[in-house]
Ligand binder design. Structure first.
Ligand SMILES: [Cu+2]
Length: 162
């Protein structure tokens, strides 16, 4: 039975392929309330959202991919002695099991550096959140849907003079 080996190999390949294409299991990380502010093309925008880790293992948001900006960085705004400053989260943002982290004005935010086009209220900036586990979470930042609606962003101006 010379054919037994090739058949076994083919079956194994098939099993691997079906595993890879299995319906994506419900993601352990949930992203909610993703929003941004209206901004002009070429300027820097900010993205906000809430992340919840429903899983049993820690994961880290390591990068954000989007066609809406030339680069996306994770920043943290902090206030010390009345002076606001921002620092880049170089190693990403870790989420412990059960932890919820909000990106919100005055705290964590995504810097959308070099917006590729103007965005106005109602637009959706599609993005993919990439985690250290390999999880890729698609989301959309809805422009003008945040707590301050379509109000202009004082933070955007801060970002022009980092
Ligand atoms: Cu920033």
């Amino acid at each position: 039975m010379r054919s037994a080996f090739p058949v076994a190999v083919a079956t194994a390949a098939l099993l691997l392929a079906s595993a890879a294409h299995a319906a994506p299991k419900a993601s352990a990380i949930e992203v909610t309330q993703a929003w941004s502010r209206p901004a002009a093309a070429g300027t820097n925008g900010a993205g906000f959202m809430t992340l919840t880790n429903h899983g049993k293992t820690a994961d880290t948001l390591v990068s954000i991919e989007t066609k809406a900006a030339t680069q996306v960085q994770m920043h943290q705004t902090s206030m010390a002695n009345g002076i606001m400053s921002m620092k880049r989260l170089e190693t990403g943002l870790a989420l412990a099991p059960g932890q919820t982290v909000s990106f919100a004005p005055g705290g964590y935010h995504l810097m959308l550096i070099g917006l590729t086009r103007a965005s106005q209220a109602g637009d959706k900036l599609a993005a993919t959140l990439v985690f250290s586990s390999g999880l890729r979470l698609k989301t959309a930042f809805v422009v003008g849907s945040g707590p301050q609606g379509a109000a202009p962003s004082p933070m955007t101006m801060d970002h022009m003079n980092p």
